[in-house]
Design a protein around this ligand. Structure first.
Ligand code: ASP
Length: 338
């Protein structure tokens, strides 16, 4: 039987309904989980460890490092890992781990639920059973198992607050679809011959700016850019933003670049990729040294930026690494001329 390590980090799956809402209750959760165990042990030989116990909105890069290092230390002992995690930031943690544990030669399958497992009509049991089953297969990457689908972690994003179908990977087909049989995609990574590594330093000196019509550029002018090493701009469509009159974003971008702060362009549209060559504003941003996040999710762009900053790379190396597909997060490798 395959040996699976089930790592608990909290989230709705482990919460308890009270009359005012849902709450983390570690004691009650242990009882509920142990009730599921006899059935799970038909699939695998399972060990359980608590890493932390948080609503995932409180999870930060220190939690990512703790989790990545825990998995790395236990890689030889187990055939696969299942991480129970809140849905709100699951795609961030999964993306962060995909960069920290790269390459990886074991499955690391994240799951959680929209309704606590302690509720009768919960999606938790199905997600957990599927995740444990998937962790016994040769899936050598970080993935999210939710609602009968397996998605690449750094391609996933939370799309729904109220539907069991909470996750999608807009620019990448699911790694597996789970019905009577499990249908795997040929894209699933298999790295048997690669030696796994762990690099779990994340630098949080970043800031995210979402462009909107009539954005107040005066507020941006007052920003102390010296506290950031990278600004991630969530632009319109293919990578556009205002470049005229009082809303012109270019002076702010120039100021960032003059202070050696990276400027990364992502899109508010979930599908398809940034192209900074297509329109005037994209070309102007690229000319100033803006970097395209291509088809990366916001979660992947943020965690990849923190990961690369954590490596203390010199600028040309940072640029080329950001534009390169490192862990399946983007399929295009772009070049940068600045
Ligand atoms: N707030 C919860 C969390 O992310 C939501 C969930 O798990 O669905 O921890």
């Amino acid at each position: 039987m395959k040996r699976i390590l089930l790592l608990q980090t909290g989230g709705t799956i482990s919460m308890q309904f009270e009359k005012d809402g849902v709450f983390l209750d570690p004691a009650r959760w242990s009882q509920v989980l142990y009730q599921q165990m006899p059935e799970l042990t038909q699939i695998a030989d399972i060990s359980i460890e608590n890493v932390f116990f948080e609503d995932s909105s409180d999870i930060n890069p220190l939690h990512w490092s703790t989790l990545a290092e825990r998995i790395y230390r236990r890689l030889k002992e187990f055939d696969g890992f299942v991480v129970l995690h809140g849905t709100d930031t699951m795609a961030y943690t999964a993306s962060a781990l995909s960069f920290a544990l790269n390459p990886l030669n074991k499955p690391v399958i994240f799951t959680g639920s929209q309704v606590p497992m302690s509720n009768i009509r919960s999606d938790a049991r199905r997600n957990l059973v599927n995740a444990v089953e998937l962790a016994t297969h040769p899936i050598h990457e970080v993935a999210i198992c939710f609602n009968d689908h397996l998605f690449r972690g750094n391609r996933s994003t939370k799309m729904s607050i109220g539907d069991f179908n909470a996750f999608e990977s807009p620019n990448f087909p699911p790694l597996a679809e789970i019905g009577i049989h499990i249908n795997f995609s040929p894209d699933v990574m298999e790295n048997d011959s690669l030696t796994p590594t762990c690099n779990a330093n994340f630098d949080d000196a970043i800031h995210v700016i979402k462009i909107h019509p009539a954005m107040n550029t005066r507020a941006l002018e007052c920003m102390d850019i010296s506290t950031f090493k990278a600004v991630i701009i969530e632009a319109f469509g293919i990578g556009n933003m205002p470049i005229k009159g009082p809303y012109n974003m270019l002076p702010f971008i120039k100021k960032c670049r003059d202070r050696n702060c990276y400027v990364i362009i992502t899109s508010q549209a979930a599908y398809d990729a940034i192209n900074l060559e297509h329109y005037s504003s994209g070309r102007a941003v690229k000319e100033l040294g803006g970097l395209s996040a291509g088809e990366m999710t916001m979660e992947a762009a943020i965690t990849k930026t923190m990961h690369l900053l954590g490596l203390n790379l010199e600028e040309t190396k940072f640029n080329s690494q950001f534009l390169t597909n490192l862990a399946g997060e983007r399929s295009d490798t772009e070049t940068h001329s600045n």
